[in-house]
Design a protein around this ligand. Structure first.
Ligand SMILES: NC(=O)c1ccc[n+]([C@@H]2O[C@H](COP(=O)([O-])OP(=O)(O)OC[C@H]3O[C@@H](n4cnc5c(N)ncnc54)[C@H](O)[C@@H]3O)[C@@H](O)[C@H]2O)c1
Length: 324
């Protein structure tokens, strides 16, 4: 299978590439503007060459470029069977600071990718969405809830889901939108997400900063399980136009996460720093966890890795890769 992965030098991208290369028949093109991801991160999981089109004799080709460059996007989609669209403005906070930029990258950029995938006749388009489109509702979040995004990020991901639906229903492009929970795991050292941030602070002996009371909840999903969901979304028949919640089905408060990480840290001989509480952040929802029964029945996917076990593997990776 020939894959085009936008944002393939980022956290999810490099973990996905690492996994896909286990299949001898996969050939991968990455489109990334390197605004966040790095060539070093890509090189840590794959030997690659650079080029505008997928190079026949290479398993991984990196195209440095932007999803807002329509001409380039049309060129890169030409040789792909499946597009996994990960490139995005990824954070709630960044979207609150600059909603216009968030809209350009996440809405216009996604429309560009869909249009190019449709013109190229790609067989599947997997879109990285999030729980953020649903916004502040009584959890568990599921696919049938009316969306009320709180942040510009949630609004832009909702628009992306809308375009995926439209490209399936109008043009027949088989789109699948995956609403990821809070992903954590190896190769996330550049992320400002809560698990990566706390582990880095613990290793550096810095105070742990919790926004708000710490009673806000999230649904944490281990990267290996998420990558499996992407593979299923790319291949299971009859799911065009669908949305799936991809998370653990468990609600965890940030305070519980801190306790678990402290236990893991002590077990690994890392001194546990003090916690301090700062103001809640604009755009953050109070409670968030997902009902993943649709993913279980239609995608054949479910999560089984226990949070403590996933945190242990993640912490160990951070300790072994301190400088990355
Ligand atoms: N990590 C999570 O917890 C999480 C949760 C929900 C949804 N998501 C979504 O999953 C996707 C991937 O997230 P991630 O954690 O790997 O993020 P990341 O920031 O690590 O990776 C994103 C990659 O996209 C690239 N990129 C950004 N803008 C681009 C542009 N205009 N053109 C080309 N490349 C561009 C960056 O350089 C980076 O390599 C995003 O769409 C994100 O919104 C992530």
């Amino acid at each position: 299978m020939r894959w085009l992965i936008t944002g393939g030098c980022g956290f999810i991208g490099i973990n996905l590439i690492h996994r896909l290369l286990e299949h001898p028949a996969s050939q991968i093109q990455v489109l990334d503007n390197l605004s966040v991801g790095t060539t070093e991160a890509l090189a840590s999981v794959a030997e690659y060459v650079e080029g505008e089109t997928m190079q026949a004799d290479a398993r991984v080709t990196l195209t440095q470029g932007d999803i807002l460059d329509v001409e380039l996007v049309n060129k890169v989609c030409g040789s792909a069977d499946v597009v996994v669209h990960l490139a995005a403005n990824t954070g709630v906070h960044q979207s609150v600071m600059n909603p216009g930029l968030d809209c350009d990258i996440n809405v216009v950029g996604t429309q560009n990718m869909l249009s190019a995938a449709h013109k190229a006749g790609c067989s599947r388009f997997v879109f990285a969405s999030s729980g953020a489109p649903v916004g502040e509702v009584e959890p568990p979040i599921h696919e049938e809830l009316a969306p009320h995004p709180v942040s510009p990020y949630g609004a832009s991901k909702l628009a992306g889901e809308g375009y995926c639906s439209a490209y399936f229903r109008t043009y027949g492009l088989e789109t699948v939108a995956l609403r990821f929970g809070n992903i954590y795991g190896p190769r996330s050292a550049h992320k400002s997400s809560v698990v990566a941030k706390f582990i880095t602070q613990m290793i550096n002996g810095e105070l742990l900063e919790v926004y708000g009371s710490g009673n806000q909840t999230r649904d944490f999903i281990y990267i290996e399980e998420l990558v499996r969901a992407v593979e299923q979304a790319a291949s299971v028949p009859g799911i065009g136009g669908e949305i799936f919640q991809i998370a653990s089905n468990r609600e965890t408060t940030v305070n519980e996460l801190v306790d678990l990480l402290q236990e893991v840290a002590v077990g690994l001989g890392v001194a546990v720093p003090e916690v301090f509480y700062s103001d809640p952040r604009l755009g953050d929802v109070m409670r968030n966890y997902s009902d993943t029964s649709k993913a279980r029945s239609r995608l054949g996917w479910s999560s089984s890795i226990d949070l403590r076990q996933g945190l242990q593997s993640t912490f160990e990776w951070f300790l072994q890769n301190r400088s990355q």
